[in-house]
Write a protein that binds this ligand. Sequence first.
Ligand code: DP6
Length: 332
Amino acid sequence: MSKKTIAAPANIAFIKYWGARDLDHALPQNSSISMTLERCVTQCTAEAISGDRDEIWLAEQGGGFSSPEPDFVHRIEEHLDRIRRWAGRDERFRVATRNSFPSAAGLASSASGFAALTLAAAGALDRGDGPIEELSRLARSSGSGSAARSVLGGYVEWPPGDDETSYAIQLARADHWDLRDVIAVVEIGPKAVSSLDGHRRTLTSPYFRKRLELLPGRLERVREAIDQRDLGLLGPVLEEEAIDLHLIAMSSQPPIFYWAPGTLEVLRAVRELRQEGLHAWATMDAGANVHVICDPDSEEDVAERLEDLPSVGFVIQDSVGDGPESEEPHLF
Ligand code: DP6
């Protein structure tokens, strides 16, 4: 039986997916734009097997396998069912997965995880080379919508559309613009409120509609900044977007506070770095950790400064990357 291993990267959103028209199908209210990362990846091996049930494993960093939590197993099984329906096949899968970075810490582990699972399982059925639009749609249907963007490398836009048309497209390849992402980890462990609940609550925030009005202008600026490789244009939009996401979360009913004290400490340090002439701008997803987007010349100074902050546990230095890759050896 055929076996496939894929390493799929996380992505960091410049314009966020926050709020859905149809949460069951992960159809967003607005277009989002992200940068696919290089080092923060999920590896996933899938093998089509005979038998009547799927086998799901977590591959440990030091070798060996463990059983994931039942909720996690359930989400994976549901997604494998979608992949079987899409491929018109009924084989079961043996699946093992491993993250190169802390899971569930707002570092988009679901995006890389479901992108890797989608591509590995499709590959195990010899359908992994199918049109990327279909694979992106399939990854989106996992419910972790941002997975739709992680099937592509470089700079990626995912428009709202309907179930057929909502898939990600590449705006520019990674080699178009070498940007770095210095991730300041101030909190590890699962976030208190899932993105799913966050999306669900967005409509209760009085600021949600206002953000939707502002988005067409912001999207235009981000597309232009990518096209022109203009960090001075991109940076302020990045920060506006991140603050708006958290403003909406904090003003939702019931409110969601993703920030930790360390989040503010990092945001202040990034402002100071800019005053000193570095090109560095902050963004956050639904979590406390801060992604500092900067140019290659600023990266080391940014990383050193953030590492020294008392509330920063550690720093991950990542960059724009080429997207998912087929890998060997397999995880099993
Ligand atoms: C804040 O529904 O894709 O990261 O399933 O946790 O990956 P997960 O979340 P998803 O929402 C992503 C929300 C976001 C913004 C973004 O990546 O666009």
